[in-house]
Write a protein that binds this ligand. Sequence first.
Ligand SMILES: Cc1cc2nc3c(=O)[nH]c(=O)nc-3n(C[C@H](O)[C@H](O)[C@H](O)COP(=O)(O)OP(=O)(O)OC[C@H]3O[C@@H](n4cnc5c(N)ncnc54)[C@H](O)[C@@H]3O)c2cc1C
Length: 377
Amino acid sequence: MSVRVVILGAGFGGLELATSLSEELGDDIDVTLIDRNDAFVFGYSKLDVMFGRTTPAAIRLPYRDIAKPGVRFLQQTVTAIDPEARRVTTDGGVHEADFLVVALGADYDLDATPGLAEGGNEFYSVAGAERLREVLPTFTSGRAIVGVCGAPFKCPPAPSECALLLHDDLVARGVRGDCEISFVIPFPTPVPPSPDTSKALVAAFAERDIAFVAGRRVSSLDPARCVAVLDDGGEMPYDLFLGVPKHRAPDVVIASGMTEDGYVPVNPQTLETRFPGVYAVGDVSTVGVPKAGVFAEGAARVIAASLIAAVRGGEQQEVYDGRGSCYIEFGGGRVGRVDVDFFSGPTPTGTFHEPSSALVTDKQYFGSSRRVRWFGR
Ligand SMILES: Cc1cc2nc3c(=O)[nH]c(=O)nc-3n(C[C@H](O)[C@H](O)[C@H](O)COP(=O)(O)OP(=O)(O)OC[C@H]3O[C@@H](n4cnc5c(N)ncnc54)[C@H](O)[C@@H]3O)c2cc1C
């Protein structure tokens, strides 16, 4: 009988793991990939949708297109995980695993920020981005805040990108002079591991008259007064609030008893949890890297190497290196890149690549290469 691998979540981590296993082992492994959705969407596509650069339909990559030897996709919702028994319950049945991989990402906790659901607009979900597509054209004057409500949050550069793209949107609509933009982030700099990237972003904010409020998070909104309250008690009035909600592991993961301090702790080199045969990868885990798709993908490849070694009876040599490259929209049709290395030195480092139109093409290739690799289209 083939080794049974059950992967929970078909995001960056789950898709890369299933693909790597199929590529190497084909029908010699029995992979079940489970996700509650019918399609995958790249995180950055949400910015494209909200600013009207693409349509919601165009960004969906349907899971029904996955055709890989040894891999079966099931559209089901995970309702319980028993990590001791490596048994998973979904709305479609029970799945037993020899190896279980939790790749369920991070959920948004809007209720953790009072007033956000009523008075703000989150742009981190597809639904939120779709709503904003209708809301943004109605904003023609007043104060806009791009505000982060808690860390850790996915893709640390994304709120900076949102502020810069909002500037472009207002300029294109001829209303920038009637609007103010402020950007609130709990970090001391926009991208802490890379001072050069942070410097370039702070300069870009200054050039565009975007007020940068560092080291603060938005702790609540008062929709009646249209005021955002910061964690030091300071207040900022707004007419449009674009928020990054607090994140947390999905409830089903918390209920499984696998989490500590909100997320699943793993061995940072192997991605193993404390439960034998159970791994966690990507945003759901605490591995010491930011919550971003590139890191989930890199970690998934290490798990794949480990499972391939287990099936073939060899030794797992590969350890997770905590490296990844993130593209950053600077507006004006230019994209920058930061190559981050979290584990090889005493502190994380990041190498900045100046924004250019050539990097726009690189970013497009980043998306299209994954689309071909994971979905064959
Ligand atoms: C605006 C924005 C821009 C971003 N830009 C970038 C970028 O440029 N580069 C980058 O690398 N990253 C970017 N990210 C971050 C990136 O999208 C995430 O970090 C990445 O998707 C994490 O991968 P993952 O596999 O851990 O989880 P996800 O990709 O979130 O996958 C988790 C999957 O689990 C499924 N799931 C959850 N609960 C259940 C359940 N109970 N039952 C069944 N299925 C379930 C979900 O449907 C989902 O498909 C961005 C994110 C946002 C919001």
